[in-house]
Design a binder for this molecule. Structure first.
Ligand code: C2O
Ligand code: CU
Ligand code: CU
Length: 506
């Protein structure tokens, strides 16, 4: 008779699966190598009674994580909980990496709204390699709004999926290890096949009725234009939520941009369908960078072995071209097969999903301006300044509201910019290129995904975005004193390539 795992709110009934584990039940979270030859890695959650590989963690808002994080990799690592509001000590942002073979006790409470969050390594200089190796975990947070939505959609067990979409280079059935060229370090590492929750060619069998998909773009660098196809027709879907939870009201769409680090929550009515294919549609990826490819070196890297048998960011040759699919090229992602007796009635989609207010700046909010540039020697930078772990770019007093005006250079490429610790709102966009602007159907030149709470926002080349920031932190003792956070590009080659700044909340 198995011992009882610690009491936690049960996961949503529709989110079935052996890998679904309560966050509060985890005693030990291990980052380990699964395959030293190719360098594939995984997370293992030790629950005391059993061990779950590549777990999908589920937490009720207000529940806690209290576990030992163990580094069984040959490199330093951290576990960063992307999207959660955490104190510096628990954020795993890379200020305090865990050495190979070492461990660290981490404790925190989930303060965030329901939504799909995720966790991944963040040791500066090693992030891209470790995430690419498979160290990507999902965290589904639930609350009353989330329960109400599942109930309204009358989701059948298995009709709610949490999906991390990544890409890998597969040649002759084998996955290529991470060994980026200078070209890859500039544009980001692109694969040629989609991996969903770590697997190639994934398909799920779902029941008729509604299906709810919470999707993360976990690629190192590839942008996705997500759509669903039934044969040749594009199937309309409903955008329910974004990075930081549910929208106020659903939006009906045919396609949605999803850049690295971003999440979407999508509802699809399967009535009359037998199968659906999720794809990334072809689009103009706007890589407008010119000049020499920069070569960056991480002194820390030289002291540790790569995860696979090849070195990182050192090879100068172009590499094989057939193992790389251009950014913006069409790519099949995963498939759904619908099986079972058709639902007699399909429940209507609720017109209200959450009490989320419209984005507003706040009267007292001062504007902070930032520029994203390209430097021929240093690569992509924020305000011309390469990342330094010991630098604090600026400080804000807790509770302060600001408007961030971020401008991307015209001679650049798309940068999905991510802020640690705080969800923010998109106020306005300007300078969006024509192809994408057609999808910017909301007031202020915004995309439908800009209507939700965001922690990662895409900037196309030449685009300016205005964001409403609110640096309120919880009152708990854990947040006392100055807290450092990061702001960086979530193209992981850019992040490791110094496109990152620290700031401090006092
Ligand atoms: Cu998803 Cu600073 O990271
Ligand atoms: Cu993050
Ligand atoms: Cu970037």
């Amino acid at each position: 008779m198995p011992l009882k795992e610690s009491a936690a709110a049960p996961p949503p009934a529709a989110l079935a699966g052996e890998r679904v584990v309560a966050l509060s039940a985890v005693r030990r979270l291990v980052a380990e190598r699964a395959d030293p030859l190719l360098g594939r890695c995984r997370y293992a959650a030790d629950l005391g009674t059993r061990r779950v590989l590549q777990p999908i963690l589920v937490a009720r808002r207000g529940e806690s994580f209290d576990a030992v994080i163990e580094n069984a990799l040959p490199q330093p690592t951290t576990v960063h909980f992307h999207g959660l509001t955490l104190p510096e000590a628990a954020d795993g942002a890379g200020f305090d990496p865990i050495a190979p073979g070492a461990r660290k006790h981490v404790r925190f409470e989930v303060k965030n709204r329901s939504g799909l969050y995720w966790f991944h390594p963040h040791p500066h200089g090693f992030t891209a390699e470790q995430v690419h190796a498979g160290l990507t975990g999902l965290l589904v947070v639930t609350d009353e709004d989330d329960d109400a939505l599942d109930a309204a959609l009358a989701l059948a067990p298995g009709n709610r999926l949490a999906l991390a979409v990544a890409d890998a280079r597969v040649v002759g059935g084998a996955m290529r290890p991470y060994a980026p060229t200078v070209e890859d370090c500039l544009h980001g590492w692109l694969g040629n096949r989609a991996l969903v929750n770590g697997q190639l060619d994934t398909r799920w069998v779902v029941a008729p009725g509604w299906v709810r998909l919470q999707i993360l773009n976990a690629c190192n660098a590839r942008g996705l234009l997500v759509a669903f196809r039934d044969g040749e027709t594009l199937v309309t879907f409903h955008l329910l939520g974004t990075d930081g939870g549910l929208l106020a009201a659903p939006r009906e769409l045919e396609r949605v941009f999803l850049y690295t680090g971003e999440r979407v929550d999508i509802g699809i009515d399967l009535a009359g369908r037998r199968a659906l294919e999720a794809v990334s549609l072809e689009f103009d990826p706007r890589h407008h960078t010119q000049g020499a490819a920069p070569r960056h070196r991480h002194p820390a890297r030289e002291r540790y072995a790569p995860l696979a048998a090849e070195t990182v960011c050192e090879s100068t040759s172009g590499g094989a071209a057939e193992d790389r699919l251009a950014d913006g090229a069409g790519l099949p992602l995963f498939a759904l097969r619908v099986e079972g007796p058709p639902a007699r009635t399909i429940s209507p989609l609720p017109s209200r999903l959450s009490a989320l207010a419209q984005a507003a700046a706040g009267a007292e909010a001062a504007t902070r301006r930032m520029r994203l540039d390209f430097d021929e020697r240093a690569g992509f930078l924020i305000d011309q300044t390469p990342y330094r772990a010991d630098e604090i770019a600026f400080s804000v007093a807790r509770g302060t509201r600001e408007v961030w005006e971020i401008k991307n250079s015209p001679i650049s490429m798309p940068h999905p910019m991510h802020l640690h610790g705080f969800g923010f709102r998109v106020l306005r966009r300007q300078g969006t290129y024509g192809g994408a602007r057609r999808l910017a159907t909301e007031p202020g030149g915004r995309f439908p995904t800009d209507l939700g709470v965001k922690d990662t926002v895409l900037l196309w080349p030449n685009e300016t975005v205005w964001l409403a920031m609110d640096f309120t932190l919880p009152q708990d003792a854990a947040f006392r004193g100055a807290q450092r956070f990061m702001f960086h590009c979530h193209n992981l080659e850019h992040e490791d390539g110094m496109m990152m700044r620290n700031f401090s909340v006092l």
